[in-house]
Design a protein around this ligand. Structure first.
Ligand SMILES: Nc1ncnc2c1ncn2[C@@H]1O[C@H](COP(=O)(O)OP(=O)(O)O)[C@@H](O)[C@H]1O
Ligand SMILES: [Mg+2]
Length: 307
């Protein structure tokens, strides 16, 4: 087994913070365990909650190269694992054909030649397995691939070997740190889930979201970051078609900063809420809620006993 890379959960948490990723006990704990147990992490949760960023930040923290396999419908072995460079092979065959009439010996030599490393197009999975340097493999949005491709992924994540009929079996030089992310558009197979450590990433709590804002929008004031985090949180409590994600929180904070806003009043909220919410029905709901919250607060102020 390879040397573990981290000594403790707090060390992971600190390390991530240094590369501007604000984790919590749960996230840091799973990263720590994955390293110890050499198991892939399956990260599930709503869009825009920092799943992809987690893999990137772990790579940065470890000083490792990030190899990303972006999944999509129709992704197959030739784009995920390897394929032969037919064009180059053809050119090689044509070049050989020009040199006199080759006998069968030459043909054997030629086929050995065109099915060699030089003619192999390495795709992300094979690249991660054959890497000499430390790598983090990110299999992003795995819920988008078909079941057959999922089975291929499972096979590779089970024994970290790839068998290429013309070349033989290639064994991993090291077991890379692997992240699979899913936006939960479909259930993944039990077998794949069993193979992985499971991490559910949800919207951050108030304190962590405020910290994320302060980290990613460095010029913002503490008080504005606090208001942004509080308002987003209250909006997320509503029944919405699409709750605002962390990336939308960050967009909103940047917008307010650009507009020179110090205090979010009703007018500012109305004119900028489209950064946060993308459905008119959600916008209407949120604005109504903010109005109510404001008048409640006003009532409280009036009702507060004068001392
Ligand atoms: N915990 C966090 N710490 C720092 N930045 C975060 C965090 N969570 C989300 N972000 C930021 O939010 C944005 C969206 O994150 P992303 O990883 O793309 O989301 P997902 O992959 O879950 O859809 C990124 O710009 C990322 O930097
Ligand atoms: Mg993502």
């Amino acid at each position: 087994m390879a040397e573990p890379r981290f000594d403790s959960v707090p060390e992971v948490r600190e390390g991530l913070k240094k590369v501007d990723y604000l984790s919590d006990e749960g996230i840091a704990g799973i990263v720590y365990l994955a390293d110890r147990l050499q198991k892939p992490i399956l990260v599930e949760g709503p869009a825009g909650t920092g799943k992809t960023q987690l893999a990137k930040s772990v790579a940065e923290m470890m000083g490792a190269r990030l190899i990303r396999l972006q999944c999509y419908e129709g992704l197959d072995e030739s784009k995920a694992l390897y394929e032969w460079n037919y064009k180059k092979q053809l050119l090689r065959i044509q070049a050989a054909g020009k040199q006199d009439d080759s006998g069968s010996d030459e043909w054997d030599a030629l086929s050995g030649d065109i099915f060699s490393d030089d003619f192999l197009l390495t795709r992300p999975l094979l690249e991660a397995i054959t890497a000499d340097d430390p790598v983090v493999l990110l299999i992003d949005e795995v819920d988008r691939v078909e079941v057959e491709t999922e089975a291929l992924l499972l096979e590779i994540l089970s024994d970290y070997t790839v068998s290429i009929p013309e070349l033989g079996t290639i064994e991993a030089k090291q077991i890379p740190m692997v992240f699979l992310t899913s936006n939960n558009t479909r259930e993944l197979s039990e077998a794949l889930k069993r193979r992985c450590l499971y991490l559910h990433v949800d919207y951050p709590d108030l304190e962590r979201e405020k910290e994320i804002v302060l980290t990613k929008v460095p010029d913002i004031t503490e008080s504005l970051a606090d208001q942004v985090a509080r308002i987003v949180r209250s909006i997320r409590n509503l029944e919405l078609k699409k709750s605002p994600s962390v990336s939308e929180t960050l967009d909103w904070a940047r917008t307010l900063l650009l507009l020179g806003v110090n205090q979010i009043d009703a007018e500012t909220a109305r004119s900028t809420i489209n950064i946060l919410l993308k459905y008119q029905s959600d916008i209407t709901k949120a604005l109504r809620e903010l109005e109510d919250a404001k008048s409640d607060m006003a009532k409280d102020t009036v009702a507060a006993p004068s001392s």
